[in-house]
Design a protein around this ligand. Structure first.
Ligand code: NDP
Length: 324
């Protein structure tokens, strides 16, 4: 392992161009940690919020929480993971780099039948789709669910998981091409965003959806409330169009005694057992060919800026990966 490596380092907040390659010190594992030689790293929307300064970060800033690769060094007290093992994680820091550090308990084993690209693409979006449909709202075959950004990373995986459960899925997306993808993934109905609440009511005999999973946020949130049945659940889990402004809780009183939650992945990976349960279900499904991980684009690490610009342009489908 060389003393220095290539990584992305942003010196300030701003647009995609602040993501510039740099030579930085190669990390060493602390106690209980492992170092991973990166095979591929996942690009996620949260890194655009951090880059812009919507979520504050210290500079120089190397983004990234997700990656897959081979363990190259282990710290003291590490017994669960060994050098040479293939692992993946959504819970590291500074993964936009040739090597990254992660706590040993957060390094999830990658099964033999799974490619490096799938291993890097699955953790964050897969674990999110899993907790949304298995835990935030325990979806059953009797339920109708609405999901936004249906051909995106989380959206595409969520549709497939929902159909495995047997729920009825109403997918929302912005273009005909993305609508075709959502249908291929199994969505029962595909709609555009304009006035979607009325259309969801038509499709549910006036009742409304049992649950709406909304990651678009600012531009869809009001319709999501209107599309949900009495005592149904609205899960606001992102803000791709901007964050939802402060919300008057009295509105829930007038809109059907809805349940509203704003979850985050960290609260659904509370311990090793919960992490292992979700990861095992996801990887079993991928290896069995029942869950398709879609990589929508790969970029050299040095071109992270282009990957961010593409993700924000709304033109991508599936997962974007950076390659070291
Ligand atoms: P996606 O692949 O879904 O990409 C974003 C998509 O959002 C676009 O393709 C587009 O799909 C849609 N979109 C709607 N409005 C806009 C806009 N104004 N600008 C850009 N995109 C827009 O990304 P991810 O799967 O990585 O993430 C999806 C969302 O889930 C994000 O908001 C992210 O922050 C959130 N998230 C939340 C987590 C949590 O635990 N709370 C964890 C992981 C992700 P379309 O054209 O179909 O509308």
């Amino acid at each position: 392992m060389n003393d220095t490596m290539k990584a992305i380092a942003a010196q300030q907040s701003g647009g995609p161009d602040v993501l510039q390659p740099a030579d930085v010190e190669t990390p060493r594992p602390g106690s209980g940690q492992v170092v991973v030689r990166t095979a591929a790293m996942g690009v996620n929307f949260i890194e655009t919020y951090q880059r812009e300064g919507v979520y504050s970060v210290a500079h120089p800033f190397t983004p990234g929480s997700e990656g897959a690769g081979v363990v190259s060094a282990v710290g003291e007290d590490v017994t669960s993971v060994s050098v040479g093992q293939r692992v993946a994680t959504s819970e590291a820091i500074r993964t936009y780099a040739q090597y990254f550090v992660v706590d040993a308990e957060k390094a999830m084993a990658v099964p033999d039948g799974m490619s490096d690209h799938d291993a890097a693409a699955l953790p964050l979006q897969g674990l999110t789709a899993h907790y949304l449909v298995r835990s935030t709202f325990e979806l059953g075959p009797e339920h109708t669910a609405v999901i936004t950004a249906a051909s995106g990373g989380v959206g595409g995986l969520a549709i497939q998981l929902m159909k495995r459960i047997g729920a009825t899925v109403i997918a929302l997306t912005s273009t005909a091409e993305k609508a075709a993808t959502a249908r291929e993934l199994g969505a029962d109905h595909v709609l555009g965003y304009d006035g979607f609440a009325d259309k969801v009511r038509e499709l549910t005999d006036g009742r409304g959806a049992d649950v709406v999973y909304d990651s678009v946020g600012k531009s869809t949130f009001d319709e999501s409330l209107k599309a949900t049945r009495v005592r149904g659940t609205v899960v606001l889990f992102g803000g791709s169009s901007g964050q939802v402004p402060p919300f008057d809780i009295q509105r829930l009183n007038g809109s059907g005694a809805l349940f509203l939650t704003r979850p985050s992945l960290a609260f659904y990976l509370r311990d090793a057992q919960e992490r292992a349960w979700r990861w095992q279900e996801l990887t079993d499904a991928v290896v069995a060919g029942d869950l398709k991980v879609r990589v929508g684009g790969t970029y050299p690490l040095a071109e992270a800026a282009r990957a961010h610009a593409d993700l924000e342009s709304r033109a991508t489908q599936g997962k974007l990966l950076l390659l070291p």
